[in-house]
Design a protein around this ligand. Structure first.
Ligand code: G6P
Ligand code: ZN
Length: 542
C-alpha cells in the first residue's frame, strides 16, 4: 500500500456542534477540508487496528466523502470498516451496528434534518463504542487535534465501489459492505410484538409513513409494508435521494406539511408518522391530532410496559431541558427517576449505559431507548403501533386519556431564524446577566418564580456542562426556555420553548398558542426579543 502525506493546517470553524461538524457542502467539499477533519478525528482516537462502522443518509457528497474517508482510514492503520450498502445507514442502524459488532466507533455522514444537495448541508459525526455520539471529552480531543494538525495521510489507491454486499480490501484494511436494513429489522423484531401489529393492520388499521425522500425509506418499507402487511403505498417518498427531493427532511408540522394536512382531514388514515434525513427523528399523528414530541415521550413512558421489550418496566426517563415536563409526571407516578439534561442526545449516553434510564426524548422530535445510543424514528413509530395494538384505541383517545390522568402540558417552540450571531449573543448575555434580579418580577400577567442559566452535572461521571440555556419559571406552572441552536449553518437561531400546565379536570382542548399567550408575552418582555431580533413573530412555530 502506498501512502501519501499531504500537508494541511488548522481550519477555522472545525468545531463540532450539537451533533458533529455540520457545514454547507461548499465548505465541506473545499480541497482538504473533509480530509483535515477526518484526520483530526482519527488523531483523537486510536485508529491502529480499529474496527469502525461507516454510513450516511445518502445526501449529496456522501459518496465522494466516503471514498476519501476510506483512503485516510486505510493509511492510518484502521483494520476494518463496516459500511452500509451504497453507503447508507440510518443513524440508529449505525448505532446498533457499532454495538452489535463491538466496533471501536463509527463515522456518520449526515446533516440530519438540514436540506441536502450541492447547495445544502453536509455533516460528519463520530460515535463511540457504546454506539452513541461522542461525549464532550472526545469532541474536545478532536477540537484539540484539529487545532494542531499539520498533515493527513491517504492511500494512493482508489476506494472500492460500495454497491454490493461483500468484503474487499483497501491496502491492508478490510471493507465489509453490509445490508443496512437486516440487523436493524432483527432488533425491532426482538423488541416489538409484530404479530399483534400485523393483526391490527389486517383488521383495517390504516397508516401513512412519510420517509421524506431520506434514509428511512428502505427501513420503513421493509418493516411496515413487507413485515407488518401495510398496503403498498403506505410508505411514501420512500426512495432516498441526494437532495431529499428538494425538500427539507425535518418531520414537523412545518416541513412535513402534506402529511400533517392529510392527518387533520376527517378521512385521514388512523396513524401518520414521518422521519428525518438520517432516520433518528420522528413525528407522530393520529386522525385529527398532532402529538407533540414531549407528549409522545410521556405517553411512551406511561405505556412502555405493554411492549415486549419493556415488559418489566422502565428504569427511568430522561428529557432535554427544553422538553416539557410531561414525562416527569409519568416518572413520578411510576416511582422511577426523571432527569433533565442539556440539549443533545450525547447527554443521555451515560444515563443509558449506567442503566439509570430506559427511555429518553427531546422536544426536537427525538425519542429513543436503551436499545441503541441514538434517538430512533422508526422505533418510536413501532412503540406507538404496538401500544395502539394492545390498547385498541385511536391515537386521539390515547392522548386525551393521558391528559385526563396526568394533566396537559401545552407546549410550543418558537424559532427566530437567521438572525445575526451578534444580536443573538447580546440577547442571551443580557438575559443571563439579568437572571438574579428576575424572581418576583412581574412580566405581563405573570410573576417570575425562578430564573436559571442551566448548568448540568452528569450524575454518572460528574462532568459539568455550563451555559446550556435559560429557564424561566412563572406562577401558574408556566415555563419558558431560551437557547441558541447548535445545529444551524447560517447566522444564529434563537429558540424559545414555551410551556403551560393544565392539571387534570381543566380545559385540555384549547388552541395551543392561545393557552400559551401569557407565557409568550412574558418571555418577549423579559428577553426583549423584538428589540434584539427585529422580529415581532417567530419564523417557525412547532
Ligand atoms: C440534533 C441533536 C439533538 C438535539 C437537536 C437540537 O438533532 O441530535 O439531540 O436536540 O440537534 O438542535 P438545536 O438546533 O436546537 O441545537
Ligand atoms: Zn437526524
Amino acid at each position: 500500500m502506498t501512502i501519501e502525506t499531504i500537508p494541511t493546517a488548522p481550519i477555522d470553524g472545525q468545531v463540532p456542534g450539537t451533533s458533529g461538524l455540520r457545514k454547507t457542502v461548499s465548505v465541506f467539499s473545499a480541497p482538504g477540508y473533509l480530509e483535515t477533519y477526518t484526520q483530526s478525528i482519527l488523531n483523537a482516537i486510536s485508529p491502529q487496528g480499529a474496527v469502525l462502522v461507516m454510513g450516511g443518509d445518502g445526501r449529496y457528497f456522501n459518496r465522494a466523502a466516503m471514498a476519501s474517508i476510506l483512503r485516510i482510514a486505510a493509511a492510518n492503520g484502521v483494520a476494518r470498516v463496516i459500511v452500509g450498502q451504497n453507503g447508507l445507514l440510518s443513524t440508529p442502524a449505525a448505532s446498533h451496528l457499532i454495538r452489535k459488532r463491538g466496533a471501536n466507533g463509527g463515522l456518520i455522514l449526515s446533516a440530519s434534518h438540514n436540506p441536502g444537495g450541492p447547495k445544502g448541508d453536509f455533516g460528519l459525526k463520530y460515535n463511540i463504542a457504546n454506539g452513541g455520539p461522542a461525549p464532550e471529552a472526545v469532541t474536545d480531543a478532536i477540537v484539540a487535534r484539529a487545532s494542531q494538525i499539520t498533515h493527513y495521510t491517504m492511500t494512493t489507491e482508489d476506494a472500492p465501489d460500495l454497491s454490493e454486499c461483500r468484503e474487499t480490501q483497501l491496502g491492508d484494511m478490510v471493507i465489509e459492505v453490509v445490508d443496512p436494513v437486516a440487523d436493524y429489522v432483527a432488533l425491532m423484531e426482538e423488541l416489538f410484538d409484530f404479530d399483534s401489529m400485523r393483526r391490527m393492520i389486517a383488521d383495517g388499521f390504516t397508516l401513512r409513513f412519510d420517509a421524506m425522500h431520506a434514509v428511512t425509506g428502505p427501513y420503513a418499507t421493509e418493516i411496515l409494508e413487507r413485515r407488518l402487511g401495510a398496503p403498498a403505498g403506505s410508505v411514501i417518498n420512500a426512495i432516498p435521494s441526494e437532495d431529499f427531493g428538494g425538500g427539507h427532511p425535518d418531520p414537523n408540522p412545518v416541513w412535513a406539511k402534506p402529511l400533517y394536512d392529510l392527518m387533520l382531514r376527517p378521512d385521514a388514515p388512523d396513524f401518520g408518522a414521518a422521519s428525518d434525513g438520517d432516520g433518528d427523528r420522528n413525528m407522530i399523528l393520529g386522525r385529527g391530532i398532532y402529538v407533540t414530541p414531549s407528549d409522545s415521550l410521556a405517553l411512551l413512558a406511561a405505556n412502555a410496559h405493554l411492549v415486549p421489550g419493556y415488559r418489566n418496566g422502565i428504569a427511568g426517563v430522561a428529557r432535554s431541558m427544553p422538553t416539557s415536563a410531561a414525562s416527569d409526571r409519568v416518572a413520578a407516578r411510576l416511582g422511577v427517576e426523571a432527569f433533565q439534561t442539556p440539549t443533545g442526545w450525547k447527554f443521555f449516553g451515560n444515563l443509558l449505559d449506567a442503566g439509570r434510564v430506559t427511555l429518553c426524548g427531546e422536544e426536537s422530535a427525538g425519542t429513543g431507548s436503551n436499545h441503541v445510543r441514538e434517538k430512533d424514528g422508526l422505533w418510536a413509530v413501532l412503540m406507538w403501533l404496538n401500544i395502539l395494538a394492545v390498547r385498541k384505541c385511536s391515537v386521539a383517545e390515547l392522548v386525551r386519556d393521558h391528559w385526563a390522568q396526568y394533566g396537559r402540558d401545552y407546549y410550543s417552540r418558537h424559532d427566530f431564524e437567521g438572525i445575526s450571531t451578534d444580536a443573538a449573543t447580546r440577547l442571551m448575555d443580557r438575559l443571563v446577566a439579568n437572571l438574579p434580579a428576575l424572581p418576583g418580577q412581574q412580566a405581563g400577567e405573570l410573576t417570575v418564580t425562578g430564573a436559571e442559566d442551566f448548568c448540568y452535572t452528569d450524575p454518572v461521571d460528574g462532568s459539568v456542562s455550563t451555559g446550556q440555556g435559560v429557564i424561566l419559571t412563572f406562577d401558574g406552572e408556566a415555563r419558558a426556555m431560551l437557547r441558541l441552536s447548535g445545529t444551524g449553518t447560517q447566522g444564529a437561531t434563537l429558540r424559545v420553548y414555551l410551556e403551560q400546565y393544565a392539571p387534570p379536570g381543566s380545559a385540555h382542548d384549547q388552541d395551543t398558542q392561545t393557552a400559551l399567550s401569557k407565557v409568550i408575552r412574558a418571555t418577549h418582555d423579559l428577553a426583549q426579543i423584538e428589540h434584539f431580533t427585529g422580529r415581532h413573530a417567530p419564523d417557525v412555530i412547532t
